[in-house]
Design a protein around this ligand. Structure first.
Ligand code: FCB
Length: 468
């Protein structure tokens, strides 16, 4: 280690050690990425089961049929969470297990799995942090129009109540949606995630109905909630800088920030969509399908905001040919790398942008406690002969990003916890099993789990900060 990196590391450690003793430490997963058992106990296909059958939609044509086989190995995996020193487990519930086909009464066999999971967690003194929707929409609801259809928002609220009625006696933290930006944009506009459509108008309708579903579910759950229950939503966000001071670049950055951050947080927190975003959408011939009363439903008060951060970007407003109008006939928006090293996802490693994002959210949307509900990195791990993974890259990423969180706290952002993505290597959506994010390695042939160096680093850090 050179003197500079050594010094940086000591500086990072000092920052991390400034986190409070009662900081919440978690690890995160999502149902489709780990559970497998896709046809068991009455589960019906989700849009991801369908999308995985589209040739070449997923790297290596992988699918989530078996994944980490967590459905059958849940107690062992809960044991790993404990070993990593975490106090909280963020997981998601698979809608098609609870309500096969997306409507009707509870499927008891599917519900029983989450019932057992929650009990297992509580028995080990781990707090369950439940996400209701991490992208696995029942296929029948997609066939009926999916998120671009208003009815899906009401179906989501019904489903949420089925889970809430059963688990709210034991689960205190409820997240409605994970990353609606990905559901709407990657799912309905970019075509790279389920259901794989390419239609901007459908994407913005999905944005509004996801937010409406969040609001409807939150209102109904809150009305039935035992004291002390907390509600929130998880958004993926980054920073959007202009690559230069030119008007075109500043416009491109403003647009990216509008469609990435403000289109969600403004209605959630302030009860209105930003006017520049409404005009950007109109320029593309589309509109948010807002009906009377929707914004007061969407802005129903939140107890916390979940932030997922992976990287930041800077934008140019001219394309490679030097044109301010892109091939699609709309204003160009081209990400320009900062020139920093990247993870195996090709995402630049930018911890400083994490601090910037968090302080900005604290400033623009005050009064909302923040939990980092995901942050982590994929690297091409190589186990040694004994099977151990000395994942220096992931460990360094973790250290620098924890330090970034601590720095943001020192600058006034109200951050209460950090959940590492991910507990296990798992099915990384369109990248299949090729990208590994786990603090724990999964050998997909044998389903053997092995804690990586980053996992031990996490455990030791948690212990030190907690003073235990
Ligand atoms: C986020 C997702 C999560 C995982 C990470 C790498 O966008 O919420 O499921 O795939 O990215």
């Amino acid at each position: 280690m050179t003197e500079t990196t050594d010094a940086a590391t000591r500086e990072q450690q000092a920052l991390i050690d400034s986190l409070p003793q009662d900081f919440r430490w978690g690890v995160a997963t999502a149902a489709y990425q780990i559970e497998g058992a896709v046809a068991e106990d009455g589960r019906t296909p989700s849009i991801w089961d369908t999308f995985c059958r589209v040739p070449s939609a997923i790297d290596n044509n992988d699918n989530g049929d078996v994944a980490c086989d967590h459905y059958h190995r849940m107690p062992e995996d809960v044991g790993l969470i404990k070993e990593l020193g975490a106090d909280t487990y963020r997981f998601s519930v698979a809608w098609p297990r609870i309500q096969p086909g997306g409507k009707g009464p509870v499927n008891e066999a599917g519900m029983a799995f989450y019932d057992r999971l929650v009990d297992e967690l509580l028995e080990k003194d781990l707090a369950p942090w439940l996400t209701l929707y991490h992208w696995d929409l029942p296929q029948e609801l997609e066939d009926a129009g999916g998120w671009p259809s208003r009815d899906t928002a009401y179906r989501f609220a019904d489903y949420s109540m089925l889970v809430f009625d059963r688990l709210s006696d034991r689960v205190k933290h409820w997240t409605t949606l994970n990353e609606p930006w990905c559901s709407a944009m990657h799912g309905y506009v970019h075509g790279v995630m389920a259901p794989g459509h390419r239609d901007f108008g459908a994407g913005v309708r999905a944005v509004h109905h996801l937010l409406l579903g969040h609001g409807l579910a939150t209102q109904r759950m809150r009305a039935a909630a035992p004291e002390g229950t907390q509600f929130g939503i998880t958004l993926n966000m980054g920073t959007s800088d202009a690559a230069s001071d030119s008007l075109a670049d500043r416009e491109a950055a403003r647009n990216a920030d509008g469609m990435g951050v403000r289109i969600y947080l403004d209605p959630l927190v302030h009860g209105r969509y930003p006017s520049d975003v409404l005009s950007d959408i109109a320029v593309r011939g589309a509109a948010l399908p807002i009906e009377d009363g929707d914004l007061s439903v969407i802005s129903t008060p939140l107890d916390f905001l979940g932030v997922n951060y992976y990287f930041g970007q800077q934008y140019s407003g001219v394309d490679e040919q030097g044109s301010a109008v892109g091939e699609d006939g709309f204003p160009a928006q081209r990400p320009i790398p900062f020139g920093e090293p990247t993870t195996a996802m090709g995402w630049e490693i930018l911890p400083g942008k994490f601090t910037e994002l968090l302080t900005r959210i604290g400033r623009d949307y005050p009064g909302l406690p923040i939990f980092i509900t995901e942050n982590g990195s994929a690297f091409d791990d190589e186990p040694d002969e004994s099977g151990f993974v000395a994942d220096e890259g992931r460990t360094a990423y973790l250290a620098s990003h924890l330090a970034a969180v601590a720095a943001a706290r020192q600058q006034g952002a109200d951050i209460r916890g950090y959940f590492a993505w991910s507990l296990l290597d798992n099915f990384e959506w369109a990248y299949g099993y090729a990208k590994r994010f786990g603090l724990v390695r999964v050998d997909y042939e044998t389903q053997q789990r092995t804690i990586k160096q980053s996992g031990y680093y996490y455990r030791d850090t948690v212990r030190r900060v907690r003073g235990s």
